[in-house]
Design a binder for this molecule. Structure first.
Ligand code: VGL
Ligand code: ZN
Length: 195
């Protein structure tokens, strides 16, 4: 029996129109909403019922203001997704689908870079892997930002944990078009299905 879930990676304002704005990210949000709608339609239910049959998990990059990945603290990125700021918030159109229990924060420790949503924790200290197991998930659909970093690392960890991974290519934003294409090729070779 196939049991699906959707993982939405870092669809946060700093990656959409903020300090680390990525290409194709506005479109990725729109396409993600279309995908969620298509799941609702195929199940013939009301919007809120979708969460019972098709859990939607959110990953948030959630940094302290002095995170070591920021340029002014020796890292390679402009300051972004600082906890408690607008830039770190989930896009408002997706927010109705988000719940505390299914939101996983990562990059919270100033000294540690975490690109994978698998390293995140929810409000109860649980990981995405634990929750997906509890839900008997077999197939995970993935969308989000950015292809080359957090989307890729999350997909790879999901695959390693034994899930069938479906990456929704219209629903991802990226830092650089060439890096995006290369990452998609490499993920295909790793057994991640690009759809
Ligand atoms: C990300 C750069 C820095 C991402 C997070 O979500 O892909 N990229 N922090
Ligand atoms: Zn970050």
């Amino acid at each position: 029996m196939k049991n699906n879930a959707l993982v939405v990676v870092d669809m946060l304002y700093d990656f959409i129109d903020g300090s680390l704005a990525c290409q194709h990210s506005e479109e990725a949000v729109r396409q993600t909403l279309n995908f969620i709608d298509s799941q609702t339609d195929s199940q013939g239910g009301e919007d809120h019922e979708i969460l019972d049959t098709f859990p939607i998990l959110f990953v948030r990059d959630h940094h302290p203001a002095d995170h070591s990945s920021f340029k002014e603290h020796g890292g390679i990125w402009p300051s972004h997704c600082v906890a408690g700021t607008h830039g770190g918030e989930i896009h408002k159109d997706l927010l109705p689908y988000a719940s505390e229990e299914l939101t996983f924060d990562k990059g919270c420790d100033r000294d540690v870079e975490q690109y994978s949503g698998f390293d995140g924790l929810n409000c109860a200290g649980q990981t995405m892997g634990e929750i997906l197991e509890l839900l008997d998930t077999t197939d995970v659909y993935v969308c989000g930002i950015a292809t080359e970093y957090c989307v890729r690392n999350t997909c790879e960890d999901l695959k390693k944990a034994g899930f069938k991974v479906h990456l929704l290519k219209e629903c991802i934003g990226y830092v650089d078009a060439e890096g995006h294409a290369k990452a998609l090729d490499e993920m295909t070779q790793e057994g991640i299905s690009i759809e």
